[in-house]
Design a binder for this molecule. Sequence first.
Ligand code: IVH
Length: 678
Amino acid sequence: MKPAEAQKRIAELREEVARHQRLYDRSRPEIADFEFDRLKRRLADLEREFPQFITDESPTQSIGDERAEGFARVKHRMAMMTLDNTYDEAELRDFHARLAKALETEDLAYTVEPKIDGVAVSLTYEQGRLTRAVTRGDGEEGDDVTANVRTIRGLPHELKGRLPPDVVEIRGEVFLTEEEFRRINQQQEEAGEEPYANPRNLAAGTLKQLDARLVAGRRLEIVLYGLGHCEPEVVDSQTGLQAQLQAWGLPVVEKFWAVRGIDAVWAAIRELDGLRRGFAYGTDGAVVKLDSFGQQRHKKIGFRGADASGQAEAARKLSPRWACAYKFAPDRAETRVRDIAIQVGRTGVLTPVAELAPVFLAGTTVKRATLHNADEIARKDVRVGDAVLIEKAGEIIPAVVAVLTDKRPADSRAYAFPKKCPVCHTAAVRAEGEVAWRCPNPDCPEKVRRRIAYFASKGCLDIDGLGEEIVDLLLKQGLIRTIPDLFRLKLEDLLPLKKSGEVWAGNLIAAIAARRNAELWRVINGLGLPQVGAAAAKELARTFRSLEALLVAGEDELIRVEGFGEKTAAAVHAWLSDESNRRLVRELIAAGLEPAAPAATGSVFAGKVFVLTGTLPMLSREQATAMIEAAGGKASGSVSRKTSYVLAGEEAGSKLDKARELGVPVIDEAEFRRMLGA
Ligand code: IVH
């Protein structure tokens, strides 16, 4: 490659890597990890060949930066580095060869550990007490997520044993189990929010929540495997550290291998590959570490630094050379694209979906894969009839990772993204700076159908028995055209729709009537305002307290709504100013919808003192305490006349007796959650 060409390609790759990093950070990855790693690798290889084009801005020259708004910044006592990944056995052997040369022996002791697919954090224990939990951030300084990490069950707030170090930084990974991921994502979808792509994204999103109450309702977990600053030093090897972490009562990896020589490392990795699907956390590879800390610190080992020539000592350290991350290739399968279908969403977004010849992959039969948007199809040049590789790697939704162009049918043609909505045939539009094409027709039958079904769905009005199918039926029969029409339905309208439909019709009419007084936020959520999901709808309901007040909300008032920025306020204001939307809201009110305003105070437990006793079915003591505090209440250790409630679980002891004696109300977890409106 000529230098000019390399320079251009490097610039393109940087742009691409940066874009996918942004999508990943926003929990909306468009490509699998494997593909992302490959892009980064291609960039690093080119930069190595043409070092004159390396600049500080290149993604290869930093470990990224995941710091978020709203958190205090904390400096790590010892920098938090990362590791370069390899998928290649030969590179792993090169890693050993370099170390063997530097240390002048082949006989090196290593540990092989699961590489946990979570979010890196650093915990600080001072005099044995947990004082801080900080994310990696840019490696030097991260976000203070102590309150959130404290809600993790199974993480002791105090180290076991006598004489803990004065200060110790312990590194590990916060994660969610697959089961918990599915549970939360299901809730997320029911509440009308976008589901997360994979457990790691959801764990990262959870750790970055400003509301510890929400965090406490999700079961984050943690595993610890590394040491940062430690004063005084207490261990001198990785195997020693593993034993010490366990002695301190901290959660550690389910299994690790202590081995000698690179062949034994490889055997351990193969064994790990066989076991990893049974682990609680996602395991995307193995981390191989030189066991002896003395050897790790040997001056000939060193670090890869953020430096064009790779040798300046003062350069920022990116990754140590005493460890290596070997990643397992993701589960893949080959299949064929039978068709590319376009789905029209509630907001008109046109989403292309590959319809595949069914293929079995990692436990399920895959028939469809999202293609995200027109740009993605063009970038990958996916065509109808193509043989493709699909992959599931942590991601639950399979992705098309590559087109096998050598198997492409001779008569194939590049896919032309439709210029029109496939349902109403209105010309599609693309807003400046957006990737999505949309159907702009507000009366597009598919949008109308989706909007009504969404309004009735679980996360919105939650009208029993009014799913997509029934909405379809009502639309087809001409009984409804808009959302307010639902509230004007009469029994006689429905009776002819089904054979002996009396019971069904009666139930549906009753179910709709029963929701006339649903909570205000559900109605707001169901209206589908731009950038407003369940959380924002709740804030709008808390602030404006009625549909009438919301209709006259000024942009200056909207900006002051908790969690709203200028963009959201402007988008909501524009929606509220649109005459057809105003008519919709007015018609809802006229049709008899009288939503219930939320309780007046934002902090439901203000001034209330709780005492916890016994074991609660779902919540740990720390979680319940965090929830009480987040709602403005206090948790106290002993029952007195000042106690507002005793929150009692199983095997509650003397505190329960005391409460009864003093006439303090005793509540259980279910009642507690009800009070919180959770
Ligand atoms: S040791 C200097 N051990 O994977 C960094 N890291 O690809 C040494 N990770 O940044 C890290 N499991 O966030 C280590 N058993 C393990 C790990 C692990 C997951 C993460 C960690 C690290 C990244 C490296």
